[in-house]
Ligand binder design. Sequence first.
Ligand code: MN
Length: 498
Amino acid sequence: MLTRKQYQFWFCTGSQDLYGDECLAHVAEHAKIIVQKLNESGKLPFEIVWKPTLITNELIRKTFNEANTDERCAGVITWMHTFSPAKSWILGLQEYRKPLLHLHTQFNEEIPYDTIDMDFMNENQSAHGDREYGHIVSRMGIERKVVVGHWADESVQDRIASWMRTAVGIVESSHVRVMRVADNMRNVAVTEGDKVEAQLKFGWEVDTYPVNEIAEAVDAVSESDTNALVDEYYDKYEILLEGRDAAEFRRHVAVQAQIELGFERFLEEKNYQAIVTHFGDLGALKQLPGLAIQRLMQKGYGFGAEGDWKVAAMVRIMKLMTQDMKDAKGTSMLEDYTYNFVKGKEGILQAHMLEICPSIADGPISIKCQPLSMGDREDPARLVFTSKEGRGIAVSMIDLGNRFRLIINDVKCKKTEKPMPKLPVATNFWTPEPDLYTGAEAWILAGGAHHTAFTYDLTAEQMGDWAAAMGIEAVYIDANTNIRDFKRDLKLGELFYR
Ligand code: MN
């Protein structure tokens, strides 16, 4: 299982020495209480660490630089309890390189009507100080999240929690390494892209290996290891022979088990967290990796089919952002396949040749063994299931030649009206927001791909914030989308991001 670091977030309170030591003691005490209560809320996926009150240029600069070099620190949360002259923040902010949250809060929830005096006002003036601080961050053009509200408010805590996951996606992006054991499918445009620019923008390392190197690693997996994994499959999944000979079926499944182990060992040894394959470039592999890739995705690896390294990297990042999430419903690569245009029942059947992550499955998962309609290999074993209902997002990262664009579509996942007993692949079925017609029109106008990175567990806001941190355009297709405004947004993007 791929894991990420146990990240922390630093809580930095701004003030100054104008109001005396007693006031500064209160500021520190209040910040400590906020940090303690936020940590105790059970809402946050990561710990917040209190830092001494920042009152001078030197300390602000030192603290931000320490945050840069502390590997556990995934971001800084700032809050101006009193007034903190913002020129003091310029050098620190200039040198700071990690995600930044401006928590615009206040220690007390209510104005203390009966007792309020000027001392209280001077001590509790974030409405004032946070504006001074916000001004300089905006003037410096620094991308940050602003969350407004009382810190004990659950909706404020939820927004901090959501931003923390975005921040982890931002800091982890530059640790994503994609292994290509195949080039992009011949003549396909949308899976292509500038890998140098992707490394500059996102930090992704995208490397190629000859497919037979990984095939050798598969060959090296022992029969006993393979059989043990096949036993695990047979325990865990339903076996749908569909008239095939049981022993022959098991041999086909064993090919996938050996691929899973061989691929995983090869990826681990060479430190890659995402992989792309291509059905037309399999070298000595006996089957297109199907079940094997499905299992690796569930273990946290990113995956893209037909050489689609952008999707592989996005799936990996979204898996990192959703890791350890309570009640997570799953994240996978998907592909727009077939429409249902029946009025009132419109939607897009999502599938792939084989490689859909079982984390999105609802109900039983079965193994089937069927011929592949493309390529020239053995019938590959694959996991077959239908997916959960509910809201999700589908994202597509495209390379427009001079820049990247992230397209984010809110979708509603449903059950298909009837089962599809002859379809030997895992599926999802969704209606894009605001409706199939507008959603698909907007997607096509934006240049969105047929492959997507899909999750139930993140929001368009989180992925849009991630894109903003990467310095790329994000376009949203959601309940508020209309084509006239959407086209104008695309034109504005052409101006802004060129
Ligand atoms: Mn495909």
